[in-house]
Design a protein around this ligand. Structure first.
Ligand SMILES: NC(=O)c1ccc[n+]([C@@H]2O[C@H](COP(=O)([O-])OP(=O)(O)OC[C@H]3O[C@@H](n4cnc5c(N)ncnc54)[C@H](O)[C@@H]3O)[C@@H](O)[C@H]2O)c1
Length: 271
C-alpha cells in the first residue's frame, strides 16, 4: 500500500540491526514510499553483516557511525549530503542501550559508569545528531526528525531501570531542540512512544515475554507492531504532518490512556 508519501525525499536511518529492528522496517517503508535513504549503525553492529541485506534491498549506502562520536556524526552527515547531492529531509533515531539493564543491575544498585554510557547512547546521541545537522545546515526546511521512546519515561516500569531516565532525557531533548530548530529552519522534531516490541533491544528487559502480553491485554487495540510503527513514522516524515513538532506521540493501541481493561481483570480471575 504505497502512496508515494515520501517521493523525492532523502533521509538517514539510524539503528537497523536485524530484520526485527523497528529501524529496519522503517527503512523498507520509506523506500516503498519513494524516499532515498542512507543507513547507519555503530561499527560494532555493522560487523554482524545483516545490514548489507537491507542495504541491497533499499539500494542504500551504509555509513558507519557510533552515535556518541562527533567525528563519526560529522562524517555521516557530510558523506550523506555528498551522496544525495543536497540536504536531508528526514532522520530516524532508533537507538537504545542500557548496560545496567543488560547486566541485570537493579535500579537501587546502578553502576554509574554504565549509566553514563547508557545516557550518552540512548539520549545525548539525539542532541549530538541534531547539533551536528544544525551546525552543518544539513536539513532542509520542513525536515522531520523522529526518535523512538517508551512510556517508562512517564510511568514506572521497574525492570526498565535507568533506561526510563534515558527516555525522559531523550523526550526532553526532542522538545528543547524542537524549539530551536523550528524557529531557525522550520525543522520538526518528535518522539514516538511505541508499544513493547520483540526486538534485540526490547528482549533485553527482564520478564519481557510476560510484559508484552500484559500490554497487549491492556491496550484496546492490542500492541502496535514494528510494521505499524514504521507506517506511523512515514506519516511524520511526510508533508501531511508539517505542523506537528515537539510532541511525544503515543503509538501503543491506547495503552497510555487505559487505567485497566476487562481482559486484564479476567486474567487475574483465572489465577
Ligand atoms: N522494542 C521495544 O519494545 C521498544 C519499545 C519502545 C521503544 N523502543 C525503542 O526503539 C528503538 C529501536 O530499538 P529496537 O527495539 O528496534 O531494537 P534494536 O536492538 O533492533 O535497535 C537498537 C539499535 O541501537 C543501535 N545502537 C546501540 N548503540 C549504538 C551506538 N553507540 N551508536 C549507534 N547505534 C547504536 C544498535 O546497534 C541497534 O541497531 C530504541 O530507541 C528502543 O528503546 C523499543
Amino acid at each position: 500500500m504505497a502512496h508515494n508519501l515520501l517521493q523525492g525525499k532523502k533521509g538517514i536511518i539510524f539503528g537497523a540491526l536485524d530484520e526485527n529492528s523497528i529501524a529496519w522496517k522503517t527503512a523498507v517503508r520509506c523506500v516503498e514510499e519513494g524516499a532515498q535513504i542512507v543507513l547507519t549503525n555503530a561499527p560494532i553492529a555493522l560487523r554482524m553483516g545483516e545490514i548489507n541485506k537491507l542495504a541491497e534491498a533499499c539500494n542504500a549506502p551504509v555509513i558507519p557511525a557510533d552515535a556518541t562520536s562527533m567525528d563519526d556524526l560529522n562524517n555521516l552527515f557530510t558523506k550523506s549530503m555528498e551522496h544525495f547531492g543536497g540536504k536531508i529531509d528526514f532522520v530516524l533515531h532508533s537507538i537504545g542501550m542500557s548496560i545496567n539493564v543488560r547486566k541485570g543491575k537493579p535500579y537501587t544498585d546502578l553502576d554509574y559508569e554504565f549509566m553514563h554510557k547508557g545516557f550518552d547512547i540512548s539520549a545525548m546521541s539525539l542532541h549530538r545528531v541534531l547539533q551536528t545537522a544544525y551546525k552543518l545546515d544539513a536539513l532542509n526546511e520542513w525536515g522531520s526528525v523522529v526518535a523512538l521512546t517508551y512510556i517508562a519515561a512517564q510511568r514506572v516500569f521497574p525492570d526498565y531501570s535507568d533506561m526510563a531516565d534515558a527516555k525522559s532525557l531523550l523526550e526532553s531533548i526532542s522538545r528543547s531542540f524542537g524549539y530551536h530548530y523550528g524557529v531557525a529552519k522550520k525543522v520538526r522534531i518528535n518522539t514516538i512512544s511505541q508499544s513493547p516490541t520483540r526486538t534485540t533491544a526490547g528482549s533485553g528487559v527482564k520478564g519481557f515475554g510476560d510484559f508484552i502480553s500484559y500490554a497487549d491485554k491492556m491496550s484496546p487495540l492490542g500492541n502496535a507492531s514494528a510494521d505499524q510503527c514504521a507506517d506511523y513514522t512515514v506519516t511524520l516524515f511526510s508533508d501531511y504532518t508539517r505542523m506537528v513538532t515537539m510532541q511525544n506521540l503515543f503509538h501503543d493501541g491506547g495503552f497510555s490512556f487505559t487505567g485497566v481493561s476487562a481482559a486484564v481483570i479476567e486474567s487475574m480471575n483465572e489465577k
